[in-house]
Design a protein around this ligand. Structure first.
Ligand code: SAH
Length: 377
């Protein structure tokens, strides 16, 4: 479906237009939050979001190998932490629960790991929680759900998150003759939504040093919600010990340009048409996340590509083992799935990996990807 075919306006679109008429243009952060999380019409409240029949497909849905290798990463981290007898194994934004299911299956082979783990899923969408509960029901492991990290037990922590940071709201600023002004959403006479330039200015301390070289119309994005999440997580890691792994699409170095996008039925659509009906995301600036974590006292890994990470974790070997003794067709399918995860023209390069850890584990982590690898782009 393209922008022209999007039903217009949606119930949520009408409500947003009324809010804008009452209180003035809405910034992108507020728009993303309302569109994704509104308790009645929010995207994650009612849409069949992920998978072949949904709007987008994620790495865990492409192959079980993805979650299994993240499980191997968790066990390596746990050993590097001195194999604590009680720790929290958490996933933020678990989607359909597939990553956690594959991870738990892989980890069952590591003696002691699952007995020590308190499994916690951090999820805000009731519809997603139902899906996760049904996916994880057969695993004979007790899981708990929480709406925020704050509610999770204060224990050593291993946290993983795939395509989670990209759903946390961002703000956009546009360069004008009078400075970098907030890119906001206004409403037209017919009730449809449009981009407008707001009055809030972004100060030079929040802009890259070369911002003055950009031409008018250039966009710069900041993500206060992601940074707050990272800050909160890092404070936990530093206080209780542990590590976190983020995988998402984005860039290793801060850059200019708008990356806010909407997906519906696996296709990009106009993000202002059909509020609540499409997935809204933006690329993750991993250098901003890493800086927040480092300033709060975490050890940060280099930012590397998903392809490099999965290969270092043994994707080729796992694919070989999975294919052994299978039909030629099944081996070909496994190879295609592995290629989709690691090839630079598929998900291998756009998707990046960043790990954070409490500083006391630094020496033991030095052999574990991505800590042992070199920075990507
Ligand atoms: N990790 C999954 C799903 C990614 S989609 C995968 O790889 O398939 C994003 C997920 O984050 C959804 O489950 C969504 O409901 C959840 N989510 C969105 N905002 C959230 C928030 N603020 N806190 C926790 N989960 C959130």
């Amino acid at each position: 479906m393209n922008a022209q075919q999007m039903p217009s306006p949606t119930a949520l679109g009408l409500r947003i237009a009324a809010m804008i008429r009452a209180t003035g243009p809405m910034n992108l952060s507020e728009y993303m939050h309302v569109c994704l999380n509104d308790s009645v019409h929010g995207y994650y409240r009612h849409q069949q979001a992920i998978g072949r029949t949904g709007d987008f497909i994620t790495s865990p849905e492409i192959s079980q190998m993805f979650g299994e290798l993240i499980g191997v990463w968790c066990t390596a981290i746990w050993q590097a932490m001195g194999s604590p007898g009680k720790f929290v194994l958490a996933e933020a934004g678990p989607g359909r629960g597939t990553l956690m299911a594959d991870l738990l299956r892989a980890c069952a082979r590591f003696p002691g790991f699952l007995d020590a783990a308190r499994i916690r899923l951090i999820e805000t969408s009731p519809a997603m929680i139902l899906e996760q509960k049904s996916r994880l029901a057969g695993l004979a492991r007790e899981c708990e759900w929480h709406a925020a990290l704050d509610h999770v037990d204060e224990l050593p922590l291993i946290l993983v998150a795939n395509e989670f940071l990209d759903v946390l709201p961002i703000r956009q600023f546009i360069k004008t003759a009078t400075g970098w002004r907030e890119h906001c959403i206004g409403t037209c006479a017919d009730g449809s939504l449009e981009w407008v330039v707001g009055t809030t200015l972004l100060g030079s301390s929040q802009l890259p040093a070369n911002a003055h070289e950009r031409t008018e119309g250039s966009i710069f994005e900041i993500a206060p919600a992601r940074e707050a999440w990272t800050q909160n997580l890092t404070e936990r890691l530093v206080a209780n010990g542990g590590a976190a792994l983020f995988i998402d699409y984005g860039h290793a170095h801060t850059r200019f340009g708008g990356t806010f996008q909407a997906l519906r039925n696996h296709r990009p659509v106009d993000p202002l048409a059909g509020p609540g009906l499409c997935d809204l995301t933006a690329h993750v600036d991993f250098s901003a996340i890493g800086s927040v974590a480092a300033a709060a006292g975490a050890q940060t890994s280099p930012v590397i590509s998903q392809g490099t990470f999965l290969q270092a974790m043994g994707l080729a070997e796992r694919a070989g083992a999975m294919g052994a003794g299978k039909s030629a067709q099944m081996r070909a399918d496994i190879r295609l799935q592995a290629e989709r995860l690691v090839m630079p023209d598929k998900m291998g390069e756009l998707f990046k990996v960043l790990a954070l850890a409490s500083p006391e584990f630094a020496p033991a982590l030095a052999l574990i990807p991505p800590f042992c690898l070199r920075n990507g782009n």
